[in-house]
Design a protein around this ligand. Sequence first.
Ligand code: PRP
Length: 203
Amino acid sequence: MIFFSRINRKSTPAAVKKVVFDEMTISSRVEELASEISRDYQGRDPIVAGILQGALVFTRDLVKNLSFPVSPDFIRISRYGRQSRTGEVKIVKDLQEDIQGRHVLLIEDIVDTGLTLNYLVRILLERNPASLAICTLLDRTELRLAEVPIKYVGFNVNDEFLIGYGLDYREYYRDLPFVATMNLEVVEPRTADRRQQTTDNRQ
Ligand code: PRP
């Protein structure tokens, strides 16, 4: 799976406008969040559940830094149209674990309107977990339309379009090790032609 592996990129895609959070900054913030979560959940045997696809990379790195062993679970949802104001989602891949009576920590890459999480949280609460909390790498409160009880936030961001570290533009750029703003006018192909459209960092 390409974006789950560590990418050894020699160049930065032309679509990258400005790196907002570089690899070191993300890594150190992930360590801080993991310390906080480790303290809060020590001895509680939580289910740590990433929301696919965006949160896969963040979940992997977060779990690696927790002080207790945990095997991440994942849930995948599909939204009924991005313009929908209900946030209604369909679960297309459910959690492996039964969350009844368990402490659940949901992991997101970014919360924008909050509609998706608001809806998903309501579904999951019907399963009677002992507790349910949310950790997101990025929080874009400017766009918030629905209440979401986020407990852990990596970084607050404004409403610029972001790519990298799990965030995509039409499924591209999730593999970038940093979070960056994007030149929306630059659209790159998936093929090897991509190489011709990159800017070599070392030049
Ligand atoms: C992104 C993100 C959240 C959602 C947040 O997912 O991962 O799940 O949008 O939006 P909201 O707060 O406005 O509801 P996306 O639908 O882009 O799918 P992805 O995780 O596969 O990238």
